[in-house]
Design a protein around this ligand. Structure first.
Ligand SMILES: Nc1nc2c(ncn2[C@@H]2O[C@H](COP(=O)(O)OP(=O)(O)OP(=O)(O)O)[C@@H](O)[C@H]2O)c(=O)[nH]1
Ligand SMILES: [Mg+2]
Length: 302
């Protein structure tokens, strides 16, 4: 993995290409709030924000989920559609080719890509209903920035629209006596920053996800630590969210993946965002830009 995060151009890649005969094709690149609007406004859409510091395992989780569906039905769902196949495939590339290397690794998410979304549509095997997951792949540095200034926090507009805000706490660092306290404090700071800036609230469901569980499985000391973190976070954020869950996951290697079924069941269930209706143009400038429109599940009446 590159040591330095790359600063990317903020412009999104083109999502359609027009052939000589005028036919418009999807390029399969990331969506923007504007091009994802049609999907995000539908009742069955779920915006999932994977949050947390750099290296916490956010992108790996997203890749593991996509890879599972590439291999066939998973957790009671099958792959239905994706408008961002190329962007997802690109993220999978590193993990797929990792077998010859000593360490499975994945490219670090670029800073500046905060308005880009990945799309994964899945269909229930039992009743055929489809859920469109929209998942921005946001770099850890952006969440650090959000704890430092309100401007950086409010820039992450996806958080306000998130049906599920998943705070990833790095399991590898929780095992480390030197690093664990910073992980716990940084996670708390991220939640506090978004609450104070009104980006998370009673319309949000928060999951604290202990990632890389393969590194602390059967470790009674980390088990006790997890119970302590849950007690601490529940007390700190009592009454602030629609719901708060605590889970663990393994994303790498894919053969050992765990915890993804529970996440999918939660993400596809009802959402507190479903009942959130914008009051006329309350709080939204008359000339609302796409990004502000995207903050609301339902259309903002202007
Ligand atoms: N052992 C183990 N390693 C994991 C797991 N998930 C991710 N990793 C490793 O953790 C490192 C960081 O993973 P990423 O998914 O890139 O982390 P990120 O949170 O997206 O990081 P940024 O993009 O920099 O914000 C990589 O080396 C992964 O291989 C896991 O479940 N178990
Ligand atoms: Mg990443």
């Amino acid at each position: 993995m590159a040591e330095e995060a790359t600063v990317a151009a903020a412009s999104a890649p083109p999502q359609t290409a027009v052939l000589d005969d005028g036919v418009e094709l999807h390029t399969g690149e990331e969506l923007t709030p504007s091009t994802a609007r049609e999907i995000s406004a539908a009742g069955t859409a779920r915006v999932i924000v994977l949050a947390g510091p750099s290296d916490a395992g956010k992108t790996s989780l997203l890749v593991a989920l996509f890879e599972k569906f590439c291999r066939g039905p998973f957790a009671g769902f099958r792959f239905a559609r994706s408008k961002t196949c190329s962007a997802l495939e690109r993220r999978c590339h590193w993990l797929r080719t990792a077998s010859g290397r000593t360490r499975a690794d994945i490219e670090r998410t670029k800073v500046g890509d905060v308005q880009m979304l990945l799309h994964l549509g899945i269909q229930r095997l039992d009743d055929g209903t489809t859920t469109d997951l929209l998942i921005p792949d946001i770099a850890g540095e952006e969440f650090k920035g959000a704890t430092e200034t309100s401007d950086d926090c409010r820039r992450l507009t996806m958080v306000r629209r998130a049906d599920h805000f998943v705070l990833c706490l790095d399991g590898k660092k929780l095992v480390d006596l030197q690093e664990r306290h910073a992980v716990i404090a940084d996670g708390r700071s991220i939640l506090r920053a978004f609450v104070e800036d009104g980006m998370l609230g009673l319309f949000s469901t928060v999951t604290v996800l202990f990632t890389k569980a393969d590194l602390f499985e059967n470790d009674p000391e980390v088990e006790r630590l997890r119970v302590g973190i849950e007690t601490d976070y529940r007390a700190a954020f009592l009454g602030k969210f629609a719901g708060m869950h605590f889970r663990a996951s393994i994303a790498v290697p894919l053969e050992k993946a765990a915890g993804l079924e529970e996440l999918l069941a939660q993400w596809t269930a009802e959402s507190a965002q479903d009942a959130r209706v914008p009051e006329s143009n309350n709080g939204v400038p008359a000339a609302a830009r796409d990004i502000e429109q995207f903050s609301w599940k339902r259309e903002v009446r202007l």
